[in-house]
Design a protein around this ligand. Structure first.
Ligand code: FAD
Length: 543
């Protein structure tokens, strides 16, 4: 039980290998004796599913899977593990959208969080774990709930959360364990900055309701806490009156300096630039040789076309612009909300007019679509369906996500977008995101790690798929090369949705001395036996 070995296996084999594994279940009888309403399975089918994830790069076989019917089932499981001289690992698994086994529990028990919604309250159980208070302007959401269901429940009352991820089929507990970022974070902060209260079950099996006012240390620990301090079973998310529609804008740029300069003007909500606050959502992508504009993340939900920039001569115009720009283009992606609580169409037209006049994009390369608010927020789902149909959703995803200080983003662009990414990855698909956020919307008391030295920092998401034989190895090598480049160039980046092979990596490369000391102290307080989320490879033995 104490040993922790996460193997990297060729993707096609990952699921088969997990299936072939015969569970040892050394604590099968103990699990059966828990006396909970939960379902417990240790057959190969159940454990195989819980042993791999979206990344499809690693396999870490679990001994059993707990399908809880209520939070008390999870508390009982954690207390049973705690009571052993050799505690077994327990990991909450949302939808397993991690990419490196972070939600796995090698030789331990994976808690299938969606069961809380399915088994928890009769036929309308999902609805019963999503409860909107119109008066209080908040929603109480079970930790297992998907953000897309949170959206639907809130919109039924004309309300909406403010901060999102680009993909909504992620769980509330899963994204709050990381940070939860998207193009609204510049204004409202990440999702972890938009929580009023949590119900948490600590590694000791204690059920605690916490907030900034009550048990604030646990609250701060759990938000961005990588599942290390407790299982989130409920989150109270503030709501605001919802818009009904979005103008979805794409603008092509021929250089990183122009793109980032414009992005920074748009997110500068404090100092009042002419452009500040004109967009409600600000992101950006790197458009390299493969023409990432047609990539899965960029699909228009209501369009059969695979690209926003379509038309008879679009490809030729695009190729000419790319050639002029030296092979790398950038795309600023933005949205302006309107309708409902967000003002009328005339106002949005005026805002758009100002933007198209002021922004420094390549003239003639603007695309504007008018979609519903829901279509805009749930836009990545359309891409998912298309990739699934093409058999390209369950392929390996050797993703690399980084946060880097504003002052080094152009150095990063020169070395990585114009250098490393342009070599030897023919056929590799997937978006490369780049967009800034305001540091003051993040709370440094919480566990999430982000660059704190400058007012603005960037996220870069290199979200590629390994489609052909050999891609995975090549892309992983390239990720290593990018990290080496940053180290050698002195670009102080940290990973988001991080992966480090061992504790030393977390301590030295991720947290640094002060934050590491606090993280360890909190672990000692809330999960001293290091039972929770060992798949993150941070703590593998009791403290
Ligand atoms: P899992 O992968 O199941 O779990 C993630 C971690 O959280 C694990 O350590 C797990 O043990 C822990 N955990 C899960 N549930 C709980 C809980 N209730 N309580 C405590 N710990 C828990 N992220 C962004 O920030 N922005 C994006 O725009 C974005 N887009 C994405 C698009 C796609 C297609 C995918 C696959 C991922 C994207 N992500 C994004 C990453 C996403 O935030 C992470 O994958 C996250 O882990 C959520 O996935 P999940 O809910 O399936 O959690």
């Amino acid at each position: 039980l104490g040993c922790f070995l996460l193997q990297t296996v060729p993707a096609a084999r990952a699921h088969d290998e997990a299936l072939a594994w015969t569970p040892a279940s050394p604590f099968r009888d103990e699990l059966r004796a828990l006396g909970v309403g939960a379902l417990i399975r240790d057959d190969a089918e159940a454990t195989a599913l819980a042993s791999t994830d979206f990344g499809n790069v690693t396999v870490a076989p679990a001994a059993a899977v707990l399908y809880p019917s209520c939070p008390a089932d999870i508390a009982a499981l954690l207390r049973a593990s705690c009571a052993r001289s050799s505690p077994f690992p327990v990991s909450a698994r949302g939808r397993g959208h991690s990419v490196r086994g972070q939600a796995a529990a090698l030789d331990g028990v994976v808690v299938d969080m969606p069961s809380l919604g399915r088994l928890g309250g009769g036929s309308s159980s999902t609805a019963s774990r999503l409860s909107v208070s119109v008066e209080g302007q908040y929603i109480d959401a079970g930790g297992e709930q998907l953000w897309v269901d949170v959206l639907r429940a809130a919109l039924a009352h004309g309300l909406t959360p403010r901060s999102w991820t680009d993909y909504l089929h992620l769980t509330v507990g899963g994204t709050l364990s990381n940070a939860g970022i998207s193009g609204q974070a510049f204004r409202y902060g990440p999702q972890i900055s938009n929580v009023q209260e949590l119900d948490v079950i600590t590694g000791l099996g204690e059920m605690v309701t916490c907030s900034k006012k009550k048990d604030a240390d646990l609250f701060d620990a759990v938000l961005g806490g990588l599942g290390q301090f407790g299982v989130i079973t409920r989150a109270r998310i503030p709501l605001v009156p919802a818009p009904t529609r979005a103008r979805w804008v794409r603008l092509l740029y021929t250089g990183a300096a122009a793109l980032t300069g414009d992005q920074e003007r748009l997110i500068d909500v404090e100092r009042g630039d002419a452009l500040s606050g004109l967009m409600d959502y600000v992101e950006g992508t790197v458009v390299a040789d493969e023409g990432l504009i047609g990539s899965w993340r960029s699909q228009s939900p209501s369009s059969s076309s695979s690209s926003f920039f379509s038309g008879p001569d679009a490809a030729a115009r695009f190729a000419k612009l790319a050639e002029e720009a030296g092979g790398v283009l950038y795309c600023l992606e933005g949205a302006l909300y309107y309708g409902g609580a967000a003002g009328g169409e005339r106002d949005v037209d005026k805002r758009l007019e100002t933007l198209l006049r002021e922004l420094r994009y390549a003239r003639g390369f603007a695309s504007v679509q008018d979609v519903s608010y829901v279509e805009f927020l749930d836009r990545v789902h359309g891409g998912e369906l298309k990739l699934r149909a093409a058999g390209q959703w369950d392929v390996p995803h050797p993703w690399l996500n980084l946060f880097l200080p504003r002052s080094r983003v152009l150095d990063f662009a020169a070395g990585v977008f114009h250098g490393i990414l342009r070599r030897g990855t023919t056929g590799a698909m997937g978006p490369v995101l780049v967009y800034p956020m305001n540091r003051n919307r993040w709370d440094s008391g919480m566990s999430a790690v982000f660059p704190e030295e400058e007012e603005v920092f960037y996220t870069v998401g290199i979200l590629r798929l390994a489609v052909s034989e050999g891609d995975l190895g090549r892309l992983e090598e390239q990720n290593d090369e990018i990290l080496r480049f940053c180290e050698e160039a002195g670009i102080a980046c940290v990973q988001y949705l991080s992966y480090y092979a061992d504790q030393a990596g977390w301590e030295k490369k991720h947290f640094g001395p002060a934050k590491w000391a606090r993280f360890v102290e909190r672990k000692r307080e809330y999960d001293p036996k290091a039972i929770l989320s060992r798949g993150q490879r941070i703590f593998t033995s009791p403290l």
